[in-house]
Design a protein around this ligand. Structure first.
Ligand code: ZN
Length: 400
């Protein structure tokens, strides 16, 4: 699937109109009647290769190739070859640095020249990605900024990395470009611009180009995902009317970068008054290479289960489980299952996840009630290795 996705970045240049869905026919805008394609190119900023993802409308009498070439040319970018794309790691390092406290991408929003309802539509798209059962998450809400996104070619001054991930409304040079996302290939920074030359809408059916649909696609690029060959997916390289829901293909693409974090299944009941003292966590005795262990030397806090808070006002509880094969070597791709309870809140759930290359698997409990949490790692398996003497591992306690 990844190969298909990588190849698509280039195929986008070659896609012909046959078989591609048309935009909603109820469109009131002449411009919105045009079909739109998406293309990925590469350019250089501050000596670093940067990706530029463009959605451009195909006006009558124009070919997709002409439109893609003109859009790329307008920002001095060239189409990306599939072998180049496949060598790029576009994931955000904060999700694999071993620090669960920074596991979100902060974005800033400039409302100048926005179409009414634009911010809410973009926010909805951000939440959709956050709900894709992956450790990847955009930070809660967007900070406001008055700046033009620094990586966007059309902003005043030279293109530059400024350490901020900005979204704004900009008059883009290419007349066919609807929206663009610029992202670093080494530096973790991504900027998005919606073209103010276009008519945008948030209504259903769409009276112009749907902001949330385009935002969902561009935010997929921000997360590091390339184009998909799957019809109907958000990351398909075209705009074909309202699409505000991720497909399995989109979710798998996100999880290919960041792993999965199955949300536990119970319905939380708030219990704001509960308090408790965490109890010591038992430690496994490592036996090199014969079985899996929960935690061990070199894992976060020296413990195999670490709690952290995330999301708006820290409402979400992140449970990070570390797995080693001998007490010190992280195991990639281990399947783990846990149960977590908050008795005071009447909360009882279970979940499964897979470890990443750091040997860590993360589960997110959304809107976790305050109180005393108890987590047990029931099992861990990777190939022929199981968690025999160390599982079930726990209880691991935490007071939220
Ligand atoms: Zn795209």
């Amino acid at each position: 699937m990844d190969t298909i996705r990588n190849v698509l970045a280039v195929i986008a240049l070659l896609v012909v109109s046959a078989g591609l869905a048309m935009m909603a026919t109820d469109s009131a805008s002449a411009k919105a009647d045009a079909r739109a394609i998406a293309v990925t190119g590469i350019s250089t900023v501050d000596g670093e290769q940067v990706l530029v993802h463009i959605i451009a409308s195909v006006q009558a009498g124009k070919s997709d190739q002409e439109v893609a070439a003109a859009a790329l040319n307008s920002v001095n970018a060239r189409g990306l070859r599939s072998d180049e794309y496949s060598l790029l790691d576009n994931s955000w390092d904060v999700f694999s640095d071993g620090d669960p406290g920074n596991d979100f991408v902060v974005q800033r929003y400039n409302s100048k020249n926005e179409t009414v309802g634009g911010q809410a539509a973009i926010e909805a798209a951000r939440v959709t990605w956050n709900d894709a059962n992956s450790p990847f998450a955009f930070g809660s809400g967007m900070e406001s900024t008055g700046k033009c996104p620094s990586l966007v070619d059309e902003c005043r001054g030279r293109q530059a990395f400024d350490g901020e991930n900005d979204i704004g409304w900009v008059k883009l040079r290419d007349p066919n470009t609807l929206a663009v996302t610029w992202s670093g290939t080494t530096t973790d920074e991504a900027d998005v611009a919606f073209n103010t030359n276009y008519s945008w809408s948030t209504d259903t059916p769409a009276s112009a180009t749907d902001i949330e649909t385009v935002a969902l696609h561009e935010l997929g690029h921000v997360a590091g995902i390339g184009h998909s060959a799957v019809n109907g997916s958000i990351m398909e390289p075209l705009y074909a009317g309202i699409r505000r829901t991720l497909t399995t293909d989109d979710i798998e693409a996100l999880q290919a970068w960041y792993g999965s974090s199955a949300a536990a299944t119970a319905t939380p009941t708030p219990d704001p008054d509960a308090t408790a003292t965490p109890t010591p966590v038992p430690t496994a005795t490592p036996v090199p290479g014969t079985e899996l262990y929960v935690g061990g030397i070199g894992t976060v806090n020296g413990d195999g289960v670490v709690y952290s808070l995330s999301g708006k006002k820290g409402r979400d509880l992140i449970i990070t489980v570390s797995i080693t094969s001998d007490g010190s070597t992280p195991v990639d791709g281990a399947s783990i299952s846990i149960t977590s309870t908050n008795a005071g809140a009447g909360w009882n759930g279970s979940g499964t996840a897979t470890t990443n290359s750091s040997g860590e698997a993360r589960l997110r409990i959304r809107n976790a009630p305050d109180g005393d949490w108890v987590t047990t790692v029931n099992s861990a398996t990777a190939g022929s290795l199981g968690c025999d003497t160390d599982c079930p591992d726990g209880p691991h306690t935490y007071t939220k």
